[in-house]
Write a protein that binds this ligand. Structure first.
Ligand SMILES: Cc1ncc(COP(=O)(O)O)c(C=O)c1O
Ligand SMILES: Nc1c(O)cccc1C(=O)C[C@H](N)C(=O)O
Length: 400
């Protein structure tokens, strides 16, 4: 939006906010006054719909006791909330389930993905991915006797072609958690399929921030967390997407009773439920799951395309402010400038990143640092404004 090279002013920010179609969404979040919250890519802000929903769940627990599982819809919640998240992923109902952490879902999905390509021995993993993804891939490799190779995203397409018919799985993050770079899901998914492999996307930093099109792209598996752009709260359960074409042969390692065809029949052996219900594991964290469900209410009246447009406008504006005010102070904008390569955060590199972020926190500007020298600023278009972006850069200039 702000293509001009001239130094942006606070009046520019005010004008952009005045014409922002999502400006009214901020009132749905309980943000403390005096805080500019640019860390929603780590932990989303508290939606005002959540406290009442948690209170209602506590009431159900207190009054309905065990019958809450059926009478209050707790048992069906993993698939019900999964379908609501699926709507944000471009996934038709019946392919997304919620429960457990992203790490657990990654382990389950990666193992199930490799089992779908039995006989192929190589797994390629995004080298710039979040540590948990790489740690788990290495462990799955040891468990199944697979070769796991960490590959930079820049060389991934070539590596996929070179590995050819030994390639079982490609596992990568849609958005780089450090740089904020958005990768080309369509191109990598197609390349993996051309090699006969399946793809597993970690969309922790994309879900709820930008439109995704899993079904249209033919994505095989995806996982993502509930606590970043979905604002489900600390420890919110993660989701798993399994494309319906894999449900027949899906074979997960964590065969817990919630994924059983007859969970209360206590049969001697494990028999998976039909459809996505087979991807359930054990008893889900109902309080967190229903908090996440309430947090999703905001997406009922908001179009993700508008959230994406707002995010790009905010990050454009932040980058323009940074170019104008910070480039002489040792900062470098790490995040790609092309819209198609940018997620919903801006990362700045500076040798004194830690000290600068500490000073910013003292002024109520909250982002985070990833070692050794990256300052991350996340932009959730539902509650961050252009004035926030302007004031944050002004604060960075002051403390640097
Ligand atoms: C890309 C990515 N994957 C996974 C995780 C975390 O996994 P978990 O929810 O299991 O802590 C994070 C952040 O915490 C992340 O940024
Ligand atoms: N998952 C986190 C946690 O349990 C504690 C503090 C921060 C986080 C994060 O979300 C880190 C995050 N995945 C990142 O992008 O670095």
């Amino acid at each position: 939006m702000t293509e001009s090279r001239s130094r942006p002013t606070r009046a520019d920010a005010v004008r952009l906010d005045q014409s922002d179609p999502l400006a009214g969404e901020r009132k749905h979040f309980a943000l403390p006054s005096g805080v500019i919250y640019l860390d929603g890519n780590s932990l989303g802000a508290l939606p005002r719909s959540v406290p009442d929903a948690v209170g209602e769940t506590l009431r159900q627990w207190g009054e309905d006791l065990i019958s809450g599982w059926w009478d209050d819809g707790w048992w069906a919640a993993p698939e019900r909330v999964g379908d609501r998240i699926g709507g944000l992923l471009g996934a038709a109902p019946g392919q997304t389930v919620v429960g457990d952490s992203t790490s657990v879902q990654l382990f389950n999905a990666l193992t199930a993905a490799a089992r779908l390509r039995d006989g192929r021995r190589t797994v390629l993993v995004d080298r710039e991915g979040f540590p948990t993804d790489r740690y788990l891939a290495a462990s799955v490799g040891r468990l199944l006797g697979l070769t796991v190779r960490e590959v930079p995203m820049a060389g991934l397409a070539e590596e996929i072609r070179a590995t050819g018919d030994d390639l079982a799985v490609v596992a990568a993050s849609a958005v780089d958690y450090r740089s904020g770079e958005l990768h080309d899901l369509a191109a990598f998914t197609e390349a993996a399929h051309d090699a006969g492999a399946v793809v597993l996307w970690d969309v922790c930093h994309a879900a709820g921030a930008l439109p995704l099109a899993f079904d249209a792209l033919g994505v095989d598996f995806a996982v993502g967390c509930g606590y970043k752009f979905l604002s489900g709260g600390p420890g919110a359960p993660a989701f798993l997407y399994v494309n319906a074409r894999h449900h027949e042969r899906f074979d997960q390692p964590l065969t817990g009773w919630h994924g059983h065809a007859e969970p209360f029949a206590a049969t001697a052996g494990y028999r998976p439920a039909a459809g996505i219900a087979q991807a359930r594991i054990g008893t889900p964290p109902i309080l967190s799951l229903l908090a996440l469900e309430a947090a999703l209410d905001v997406f009922d009246h908001v179009d993700l395309a508008a959230v994406r447009a707002k995010s790009l406008s905010l990050t454009d504006f932040f980058i323009a402010c940074a170019d104008a005010r910070l480039s002489g102070l040792g900062f470098e904008v790490v995040t790609p400038r092309e819209h198609r390569r940018r997620g919903s955060q801006v990362t700045l590199r500076h040798p004194d990143a830690e000290a600068i972020m500490t000073a910013l926190a003292g002024r109520g500007v909250l982002g985070d640092v990833r070692p050794p020298n990256l300052l991350r600023f996340g932009f959730n278009g539902l509650y961050v404004s252009h004035v926030d972006a302007f004031d944050a850069v002004a604060a960075i200039e002051e403390v640097s």
